[in-house]
Write a protein that binds this ligand. Structure first.
Ligand code: GLU
Length: 487
């Protein structure tokens, strides 16, 4: 059975690049009827952030990427675990790493290293000065293993290193890049266990991927140069090597590496701004993958059906915010009014205008005009509170204040004589337009001041749509308010 994993380090938040890695891993597993696992790689204690795990989980669940196994989130938001291969947080697996590192030591594939950081720094500086590749020189590999063991056990500060076989090449088939080759002589004797007893990423990732039954590793291309070390570890342990796919970088529109400096990179930022998860997921899916057809709108289920690593490009995916905005508008359009009110609830509540009944009609006015949910309260605010506006705004550019003085009172009278039931967009439009013709007014000289009086804004939805939402009483009231401004 196919099993993929997403293995983030809890260093703060989920990056959109991480979301893409998680999404592709999830899609690949689901497409093949397999499982998707979430593992927390928290062995770098210096970069550890306390609520990092909760934050990652929140973002993943929001996006609909729910793990079958590993670290999970309960409905109350608490972090939990699912599965028989746990614990799934690396800092809770130190005994396991110790056990496996000792196996390597016994078979002579690893050794204790007692070199001080001063020695390592000097070594590095010398290598750089001589323009040589930097790396450990293998000094402690020459020590007698029994003596080393004794020294380590007596408490002398040490790390454990991989005895890298420097002969030949490591060749593997990347599912995106095809055959990849690395010269082993350039690969360092990687530290496997640090002096604090924690494993390094390289050691823990191999042990865990094996013990957790991972069949396909999908991750960012920054890890591709680490593969030779990993492959050697798999070989030393006699374990089967999982399939691997390294995803191209995410790029800014200017083709530089996607970074905070050019905009938001945390999934949370997009959540807070009112992007719909469906839109962000659809957008992120296309950062590097495309189905090879014209189809652009994809639900998560459709992505599962059509996703394929062979359609992931080798070059970086460009993060184009305009495209994300386009997706968000599409998904907002697809919501019913009631769904839109419900989805935008946090923002509407914060603005103090959450009232589902009153809002259902109001949101219809702005649904095609907004890009994000966060824009909705501001956009519909005028329905509930008429903003103050300057009297001149009532005058259409091809008209005059005298004309407004003439037109508005007649319009108020005309609407006062209509029935409440006439206040639908269609009926109002039809009746008002024939009234305009009858009166011999120009369309703009009536509809412009009407729209401004109803919205209090220079730009707004059309006057009949607004009048239908406001109803007869509020429409005539606002027209009269406008009138008072100019007499
Ligand atoms: N913990 C690594 C990261 O933060 C995972 C790399 C991998 O998937 O092997 O990206």
């Amino acid at each position: 059975m196919v099993k993929t994993r997403f293995a983030p380090s809890p260093t703060g938040y989920l990056h959109v690049g991480g979301l893409r890695t998680a999404l592709y891993s999830y899609l690949f597993a689901k497409k093949h009827g397999g499982k998707f696992l979430l593992r927390i790689e928290d062995t770098d204690r210096e970069r550890y952030v306390a609520d990092g795990v909760a934050n990652i989980l929140k973002s993943l669940y929001w996006a609909g990427i729910v793990p079958d196994e590993g670290v999970t989130q309960e409905t109350n938001g608490k972090t939990s675990e699912e599965g028989k291969n746990g614990p799934y947080t690396q800092s809770e697996r130190l005994d396991i790493y110790k056990e496996y590192s000792l196996k390597l030591l016994e078979t002579g594939h690893a050794y204790y290293c007692f070199c001080t950081s001063e020695r390592l720094e000097k070594l590095r500086a010398d290598q750089q000065a001589r323009k040589m590749p930097t790396g450990y020189d293998g000094l402690c590999a020459k020590l007698d293993p029994a003596e080393s063991k004794q020294k380590a056990e007596s408490g002398e500060k040490h790390v454990m290193r991989l005895k890298m076989d420097k002969h030949g090449e490591t060749v593997f088939n990347d599912l995106i890049r095809g055959e990849v080759r690395f010269k082993n002589e350039l690969v360092d004797d990687q530290v496997l266990i640090k002096s604090d007893g924690f494993p390094t990423y390289h050691f823990a990732v191999v042990v865990d991927d094996h013990l957790m039954g991972i069949t396909h590793i999908i991750r960012g291309e920054e890890w591709i140069s680490s593969v030779p070390k990993h492959v050697q570890l798999y070989k030393y342990f006699g374990w089967e090597i999982p399939e691997m796919a390294h995803l191209p970088l995410l790029l800014n529109p200017d083709k530089s590496k996607l970074s905070k400096r050019q905009g938001d990179v945390a999934v949370e930022d997009y959540m807070k701004k009112g992007y719909l998860p469906e839109a962000l997921v659809n957008f992120v899916a296309f950062l590097g993958w495309n189905p090879g057809t014209e189809k652009e709108m994809y639900s998560l289920e459709e992505l599962i059906a059509d996703f394929d690593l062979s359609h992931v490009g080798k070059t970086g995916g460009v993060f184009n915010l305009e495209k994300l905005d386009w997706y968000n508008k599409q998904y907002i359009k697809n919501l019913s009014n009631a769904q839109l009110v419900e989805t935008a609830k946090p923002w509407l509540k914060e603005a103090g205008i959450y009232n589902p009944e009153a809002l259902e009609k109001a949101v219809d006015l702005e649904r095609e005009r907004i890009t994000t949910l966060a824009e909705l309260p501001g956009a519909i605010q005028f329905v509930f509170d008429l903003p103050g506006y300057a009297p001149e705004l009532l005058v259409w550019k091809k008209s005059s204040i005298e004309e407004v003085r003439n037109v508005l009172p007649q319009l108020v009278e005309f609407y006062t004589n209509l029935d409440d039931a006439d206040f639908t967009k269609e009926k109002l439009e039809e009746q008002t337009k024939s009234w305009i013709t009858e009166k011999g007014f120009s369309v703009g000289s009536v509809l412009w001041p009407m729209r401004v009086a109803l919205s209090g804004q220079e730009n707004s939805p059309g006057p009949f749509e607004i009048a239908a939402v406001l109803g007869k009483a509020e429409t005539t009231n606002r027209l009269s308010v406008g009138l008072k401004k100019i007499i």
